[in-house]
Design a protein around this ligand. Structure first.
Ligand SMILES: *Cc1c(COP(=O)(O)O)cnc(C)c1O
Length: 423
């Protein structure tokens, strides 16, 4: 079971919304910090050189990155603007992992200037990188795609259908080539799951990588100095799901490490994760207000946010818990579709959901929106995306990103040129 709570009481939220009208995202700094300590602590106690690289794409706000950096987290980036965000938050050098794919040359150049760890997605990228940089970096990492050796999960699909990574034969060849062409330090990476709640899945992935590391050593002489497990740890979006037991995963991984790595003489090797979802997901909420209700074939509540602010329900049919502030204990005796204003019928935050009776003006809170939430937003229908607020540990609330305005939407247009334009 996972509790679906919200850190503010109704009068506090009412006062807040007078200053910052809904919709907005709210993040809870203390909850993010407490969880980050617990997550890192569980793995660090079994793997002393453990590091978590927060996947910036999950919540690309530099204020959040700065908080995470102060808890010792690095950043996992996959584009130039993400590298810049990490840098602005003070995360540089080997605290940045550049796990990208289909990467333009100039992004590799920038990552290399930052001394980020470059993680290549294909064997042909060795040539591409060497050409971009003039020489291969001293430290280099490769992303493994286990293909049919590993079951995928629903969200990311089967590894053999995934576009990422190198095959087993290719990856062994890649280490041999990189070593021959000047690289001196090596890492191994994979990411085969997304939003996975089964802890054994990660232990099995670790076993797979440890076995591969041994094979790489035997066949090429290359000893990797770190193994990056990628992201993919799930969160309990539904109240009846259970959060990942990090101690169980870390224990299982340590046992596999002792059995495979230590006995092969490959200890010490650092273990990394690059999770996004569990780091900020449960500690962010999209706060909306009911502005319409209509009763046709179904009963609808229209809120002031839309799928442009939070795409997951519309895109994947993902469940997000919804609560009505101040009505936590009221009977859930109504069945609603809670919908946004996009001219797309998939713009529904909840479908046929049992909820208390909602009045216009009620705060409708969408839970577990702190990762892959605002970040995935878009501007279709010229919808302007919500801003972001941060609840500090001392109870103060600060704005960490303002709402978009019409001017933001028009920023890429030149109306002066339009005036001169003769159709
Ligand atoms: C998306 C992604 C992550 C983070 O995934 P989560 O499910 O948020 O943990 C990590 N690494 C890579 C390469 C990714 O693409």
């Amino acid at each position: 079971m996972s509790d679906k709570t919200f850190p503010l009481k109704l009068p506090e939220l009412t006062a807040l919304s007078a200053q910052y009208p809904t919709p907005f995202y709210l993040y809870d700094e203390k909850a993010i910090r407490d969880h980050a300590k617990r997550f890192v602590g569980a793995f660090k106690s079994r793997f002393p050189s453990f590091r978590e690289y927060f996947a910036v794409k999950a919540c690309p706000n530099p204020f959040i990155l700065k908080i995470l950096a102060s808890e010792g987290l690095g950043a996992d980036c996959s584009s130039l603007p993400e590298l810049i965000l990490a840098q602005k938050a003070g995360i540089t050098g080997e605290n940045v992992m550049f796990t990208s794919n289909e990467t333009p040359e100039k992004e590799y150049v920038y990552a290399n200037l930052m001394s980020a760890i470059i993680n290549l997605d294909d064997i042909s990228h060795i040539d591409y990188l060497e050409q971009a940089l003039g020489t291969l970096p001293e430290l280099i990492c490769f992303r493994y795609n286990p293909g049919p050796l590993k079951d995928g999960n629903a969200l990311i699909g089967k590894p053999e259908e995934a576009k990422y990574g190198l095959t087993r034969d290719q990856i062994i060849e890649a280490y041999a080539q990189a070593a021959k062409r000047g690289s001196k330090r090596f890492g191994l990476h994979t990411m085969v799951a997304s939003n996975e709640l089964n802890p054994d899945y990660f232990i099995e992935t670790a076993e797979l990588l440890f076995t591969l590391a041994v094979e790489i050593k035997q066949k090429t002489g290359v000893a990797v100095e770190f193994i990056n497990m990628g992201g993919g740890i799930g969160i309990p979006y539904r109240p009846d799901q259970k959060a990942m037991d990090y101690d169980y995963v870390a224990n299982g991984m340590r046992a596999a490490y002792d059995k495979i790595m230590v006995s092969a003489g490959l200890d010490p090797v650092a273990i990394f994760f690059e999770c996004g979802r569990p780091i900020t997901g449960p500690y962010g909420w999209l706060v909306t207000r009911a502005i319409h209700e209509k009763h046709i074939w179904r009963d609808y509540i229209g809120v002031d946010a839309s799928m442009a602010d939070l795409m997951r329900p519309g895109m994947y049919g993902a469940y997000h818990h919804v609560s009505v502030l101040g009505k936590e204990n009221a009977p859930a005796d109504q069945v609603y579709d809670v919908v946004g204003s996009l001219c797309e019928n998939c713009d529904k935050f909840a479908v046929q959901r049992s909820l208390p009776r909602i009045e216009k003006g009620d705060f409708v809170v969408i839970h577990d929106a702190g990762a892959h939430g605002r970040a995935m937003g878009f501007n279709y229908n010229a919808k302007l995306r919500a801003g972001e607020l941060l609840l500090r540990p001392d109870g103060k609330i600060v704005e960490i990103r303002r709402k978009e305005t019409e001017d933001d939407y028009f920023a890429t247009l030149d109306f002066t040129a339009l005036g001169r334009f003769v159709p």
